[in-house]
Design a binder for this molecule. Structure first.
Ligand SMILES: NC(=O)C1=CN([C@@H]2O[C@H](COP(=O)(O)OP(=O)(O)OC[C@H]3O[C@@H](n4cnc5c(N)ncnc54)[C@H](O)[C@@H]3O)[C@@H](O)[C@H]2O)[C@@H](O)CC1
Ligand SMILES: Nc1ncnc2c1ncn2[C@@H]1O[C@H](COP(=O)(O)OP(=O)(O)O)[C@@H](O)[C@H]1O
Ligand SMILES: [K+]
Length: 505
């Protein structure tokens, strides 16, 4: 699903109005009807509901919603925040229509006009929408602050009043902090950015049948992965396939005290469908790995505690296939930053021809030796969390600048970067960014990143295109986390639970 900017959404409205064709006021009515369907599914008709409307089309939506909720006999109160002398045409139209059936619209001009909001009430925030052009001040600011202070449940129409859809807010901006945001047709970029969490809440997209062809043709570099899009990437298995059909992956993982990372990556790699798996661990991990993951072959490193890439003294040259013969290599989880491991990385990179997966301390070694970045095989997948990404680049002033850095990095080094976190962002060498739609805070626990490395290495080994592997792998990883959260709640989830919940269908 595409994420479009405000100007495009405005053009999308116009395009819908022209091509359907539909009168603007009827499009607003459709948005309001769809919102009300969503609302009545969640809140009973006895819920006292205060609807706060601005003077633009977001306020127009609010007035139409008020009328439709009145028809369904919800106990509503309507407040128009009169911050300016002018109203939009569709606001005025809906104001007239509401007044025909409801004679007690309240107007907020001064602070003492703001009502007391109680805990059992629901507030519908339709003060400002995507037309926001400056920070809230005066009576708008006071009303927003009063709503934020209130113990009620708050639902924002389209976007929280005061939040910019696709540009950074100032640190002192006053913005509604809703429990829910109910938006129309497409998500807004603001919804997937970490700093905005409290200004978005639980968000929902409602289909109001805006012009599909416009959306299909609209240029964008931002996408939000939908379940059906992820499923389309999944390859079917041929009945006559054999283990040779699904690649042979190599994981270079683990160090003394961190063999667990190796095991998690290995188990996730196997659970994601790889044909064969070899895991290279320092010797201290050999017995553990062979015991816990019998399905994997183990290639012991010559070193007892850290990876060096060198064969043990008693079996020089007997480490199985050459590194270049593996279908895909994943490196990083638990490896540490020993000088010998850096040497291994330095020796390894120039020999590689196929994309690899780079995570954790392998990323940290790259950030301390940035010249190595140029030696990454094109289309390799890097999976930094924000701190690791900062080490690879620099500090950012806000989430939008972070996205610019992410895109520039992926383009410059021709790699796929998975910036992990809520709504993990997959940046492609072509400059696109795909935000993931699955996952939950239960995944914020040690080892889930190692699981992701195993998944992505497995998909690369099976021959998935690197961008597709990243989008699909990140989606499946988050979905597995969502399954665990559904069964036993998010708190206390372990990385092993996530592996067990992986499903490829
Ligand atoms: N495709 C869509 O997304 C649809 C959008 N509709 C609604 O239309 C809204 C956009 O309408 P508008 O463009 O009228 O935008 P708003 O309703 O956000 O209002 C913008 C007006 O408020 C003023 N303004 C901006 N920032 C302000 C501030 N901080 N303090 C005071 N005044 C401020 C602007 O100068 C402008 O006059 C959407 O958010 C949505 O609710 C729906 O009615 C129909 C479909
Ligand atoms: N709040 C969250 N919502 C969704 N996914 C999350 C959240 N927190 C963490 N994750 C996911 O969990 C994984 C954590 O990876 P990482 O930080 O590397 O952990 P570790 O190093 O312990 O393995 C990433 O895939 C990340 O996207
Ligand atoms: K709003």
């Amino acid at each position: 699903m595409k994420i479009l900017n405000v100007d495009q959404i405005r053009s999308l409205d116009q395009s819908t109005i022209q091509h359907e064709p539909i009168a603007p006021i009827n499009l607003m009515e459709r948005a309001a009807l769809t919102f009300v369907d969503w609302f009545v599914d969640r809140f009973t008709p006895t819920t006292p509901t205060k609807i706060f409307c601005g003077l633009g089309d977001n306020g127009g939506d609010g007035l139409a919603i008020a009328r439709l909720l009145l028809e369904r006999e919800y106990p509503i109160e309507v407040y128009v925040v009169r911050y300016a002398p002018r109203e939009s045409d569709d606001f005025m139209h809906n104001h007239r229509r509401l007044k025909l059936v409801f004679d007690s619209v309240h107007y907020i001009e001064l602070t003492h006009d703001i009502p007391t909001i109680r805990h059992n009430e629901v507030v519908i925030d339709a003060i400002l929408g995507s037309g926001l052009s400056r920070p809230s001040e005066g009576i708008v600011e006071d009303t927003v602050k009063a709503i934020n202070r209130a113990p009620a449940t708050v639902v924002s129409v389209d976007i929280a009043s005061g939040l910019y859809p696709n540009q950074p807010n100032g640190s002192t901006d006053v913005i509604i902090e809703p429990d829910y945001t109910v938006t129309f047709q497409l998500p807004k970029l603001a919804f997937v950015l970490p700093k905005n969490g409290r200004y978005v809440g639980d968000w929902h997209i409602l289909d109001i049948q805006l012009h599909k062809r416009y959306i299909d043709l609209a240029p964008t570099s931002y996408y939000f992965t939908q379940p059906r899009e992820a499923r389309l990437l999944l390859r079917k298995r041929d009945r006559f396939s054999n283990k040779g059909s699904f690649g042979h992956a190599l994981l270079l993982v683990g160090s003394y005290g961190k063999i667990g990372a190796a095991i998690l990556a290995a188990r996730a790699c196997l659970r994601s469908g790889v044909g064969l798996l070899t895991v290279q661990v320092p010797q201290c991990g050999y017995t553990i790995l062979q015991t816990v993951v019998p399905e994997a072959m183990c290639r012991p490193d010559g070193n007892q505690n850290v990876l060096t890439g060198i064969a043990p003294a008693d079996q020089p040259g007997k480490q199985g296939p050459a590194l270049t013969d593996y279908s895909a290599i994943g490196i990083g989880p638990g490896i540490g930053k020993a000088p010998e491991t850096l040497v291994m990385l330095k020796n390894l990179l120039p020999t590689l021809k196929k994309p690899i997966v780079v995570d954790a301390d392998a990323l940290n070694l790259l950030s301390e030796n940035r010249e190595l970045l140029n030696q990454l095989p094109p289309n390799s997948i890097l999976t930094p969390h924000p701190k690791e990404f900062e080490r690879l680049t620099k500090k950012w002033a806000n989430d939008y600048q972070k996205l610019d850095l992410l895109r520039e990095f992926a383009q410059k080094y021709r790699v796929v970067v998975v910036l992990k976190g809520a709504y993990s962002a997959v940046a492609t060498p072509d400059g696109d960014i795909h935000f993931n739609s699955t996952g939950n805070p239960g995944l914020s626990t040690g080892g889930t990143g190692d699981v992701l490395t195993g998944i992505l290495t497995s998909l690369l080994a099976q021959g998935y295109d690197p961008v597709e592997a990243a989008v699909l792998g990140v989606f499946a990883h988050g979905l597995a986390g969502d399954r665990v959260a559904e069964q036993r709640g998010p708190i206390g989830m372990t990385a092993s639970d996530v592996i067990d919940a992986l499903r490829w269908e």
